[in-house]
Every structure is written in structure tokens, then in C-alpha cells.
Design a protein around this ligand. Structure first.
Ligand code: ASP
Length: 324
């Protein structure tokens, strides 16, 4: 007789674990109130599809997540995934910065077992809370052999996304998540892989070899609007940033007024990435400025994760490998 899949569940907080005073209140609530066992108890039938090993690692609203949390979370998930009888790991998280945590784990974990993030837009106390169904779907995907070897995944609203392309795309809608390259990878009910990701960068910067002595390198994102001051870049360098991402208009278009500061930064060896404010599509490489890094299809927040890992390894090629 085949055994039930064993799924480790790591709770980190967020709205999925949030509570409000009233069932109709979906905005004034405290995130990260419930622990992992309470999340599991709210999903009827979960114990029928898997043996759950649940633990509460953090109780944070994900707006307060830091790169230090990413590291602690990645280490714990790696330990759990190494356990021979664990088939997959589910991480519950806040929606605000989920895509950054998930991408960090995607790049640093080398396990072939599915690591699946999920979250909720409505607190656990709300009418039609979305968390229980999202958690049910995440456990099914984590237990499914079809999703092995794809790195870190995200299940929201029945869809399965790769951590590379997932993004929160709406501030309040229940269907808030989408993929920057178009379609989801598949579906959670039943677990179905509709397409394989085009790239397999998961595990590109293995956690075991990561130099964390100076973690995290201070990498900032500068959002460039029409007429924004290039003094932002100079200020960023003066404040001691280790690198910066430029969230530029269009296809990573650099305003003429910024060129002097951009060239000065590159000449000084300051790691600088050309990314785009546009939510979908890739930035084309720029021939004219050797030394300027190109985010390709990475969003500014994901380019930041990649540059931080690249700086931690003191190797610009790491960024190029991840982005390109
Ligand atoms: N602020 C919350 C968080 O990111 C929002 C959510 O989870 O939906 O933790």
C-alpha cells in the first residue's frame, strides 16, 4: 500500500494568518496572528491528502520581511527538504513581498522536491477567505511528482506559477497574482503541469556555497519617472549602497538627464542594473555602455535579489547568468 505524501509546512505570517474583528472586514486586520497548526486546522480534508508537519517560523506581515528572513527561511526549508521522508515543502507567506522571498529560495535551494509558496488576500477571519483553498492547492502541488525539479513555485487562486515570473499585480483583488511571461505553469486542482518553464535557473546560487558574512549587500531600487532627478543615483552611492537597480521607463530607456550620473557610476565600478517599470516583457541589452547590467526579464525587485546574490558571491557573472 502506498503511503500518504509527507509535506512540511512552514508558516511565516501574512494575511493568510491574519485576523480581523469582523468577518466582513478585509482591510483592517492584523497579519500573522495564526500559527501553522491553526492554518492546517482550517482546511477540511487536508489530512486526507497528506501527512502535514507544520511549524511556525515567523509571524510577520511580509512588508516587514528582510533579506535576513529570506536566509533563515531558505536554511529551514533546505533542512526540511533534505529529510528523506519529506516529499515537498509548503511555505505560507504575506502577499506583499512573496515574490522576493520565493525568488530568493528559487535561486538558492538545490532540492528537486517541490517548494510551494502560498498566501491569501483575505484574512482567515473573512467571509470567503481565500487562504484555506490556496493552502489546499499548495499541498496538492507540493505532493505531486509532476512538479518536481521546477524550483520554487507559487500557488494562488488555483494557478501554479514559477517564482521567476510570479508577481502581485493587484492591490486588493482576490485574483491578485499573475505571471510576467503570460500564462501560469499549471493548475492546482487537480495538480496539472500545463507547460515547463523556459529556464531552469533554480539552484543557480546554492545556499551551501553562499558567502553570508556580509549579507545583505545594500542594493536599492531607483524608480525613474518623467523628469526624476538623477541626483537620486548620486545620493544612493553617497549613502554607501553596494549597487542599484534602475526601474526605467519602457524598454529600460535611460533619460538623457541621467546619462552623466549613470556613466560616472559605471566608471567608478558601481554595480548598476537597467530594469524596466513595465510589468511584462524583457529589457534589451544596451550596446553602448559596457559594465551596465541588464535585467532582461527580471522585474526590479527580482533583479535586486539577483544582484544581492551576485554581490554576496563577489561575481557579476552570477547576475548575468540569472538574468540572461
Ligand atoms: N500586508 C500583508 C502581508 O504581505 C498582505 C497579505 O499578506 O496579503 O503580509
Amino acid at each position: 500500500m502506498s503511503r500518504k505524501p509527507v509535506i512540511a509546512l512552514v508558516a511565516t505570517g501574512g494575511t493568510i494568518a491574519g485576523r480581523a474583528d469582523s468577518a466582513t472586514d478585509t482591510t483592517a486586520y492584523t497579519a500573522g496572528t495564526l500559527g501553522a497548526n491553526e492554518l492546517v486546522a482550517a482546511v477540511p480534508g487536508l489530512g486526507d491528502i497528506a501527512e502535514l508537519r507544520a511549524e511556525t517560523l515567523f509571524r510577520v506581515d511580509s512588508k516587514d520581511m528582510t533579506p535576513g528572513h529570506w536566509l533563515t527561511l531558505a536554511r529551514r526549508v533546505a533542512e526540511l527538504a533534505e529529510q528523506a521522508d519529506v516529499d515537498g515543502v509548503v511555505v505560507t507567506h504575506g502577499t506583499d513581498t512573496l515574490e522576493e522571498s520565493a525568488f530568493f529560495l528559487h535561486l538558492t535551494l538545490t532540492t528537486d522536491k517541490p517548494v510551494v509558496f502560498t498566501a491569501a488576500m483575505r484574512p482567515a477571519s473573512a467571509l470567503s477567505a481565500d487562504g484555506p483553498m490556496n493552502l489546499y492547492g499548495a499541498v496538492r502541488v507540493a505532493a505531486s511528482p509532476a512538479f518536481r525539479g521546477l524550483g520554487t513555485l507559487v500557488v494562488m487562486n488555483d494557478r501554479v506559477y514559477s517564482a521567476r515570473h510570479v508577481a502581485k499585480q493587484h492591490t486588493r483583488a482576490v485574483d491578485a497574482f499573475g505571471a510576467t511571461d503570460g500564462e501560469p505553469l499549471g493548475w492546482a486542482s487537480p495538480p496539472t503541469l500545463a507547460r515547463r518553464p523556459a529556464r531552469t535557473e533554480h539552484g543557480d546560487v546554492p545556499l551551501a556555497g553562499l558567502d553570508t558574512a556580509n549579507w545583505p549587500p545594500a542594493v536599492e531600487i531607483l524608480y525613474v519617472g518623467a523628469g526624476s532627478s538623477p541626483a537620486l543615483l548620486a545620493a544612493c552611492r553617497q549613502l554607501g549602497a553596494a549597487g542599484a537597480i534602475l526601474a526605467l521607463p519602457g524598454n529600460g530607456s535611460m533619460p538623457a538627464s541621467w546619462m552623466g550620473e549613470i556613466e560616472a557610476a559605471i566608471a567608478a565600478g558601481f554595480p548598476l542594473v537597467r530594469a524596466s517599470r513595465v510589468p511584462a516583457g524583457a529589457v534589451s541589452p544596451h550596446d553602448g555602455l559596457p559594465g551596465l547590467l541588464c535585467a532582461d526579464g527580471l522585474s526590479p525587485v527580482k533583479a535586486r535579489v539577483a544582484l544581492m546574490l551576485s554581490l554576496a558571491q563577489a561575481d557579476p557573472a552570477v547576475f548575468v547568468r540569472i538574468a540572461g
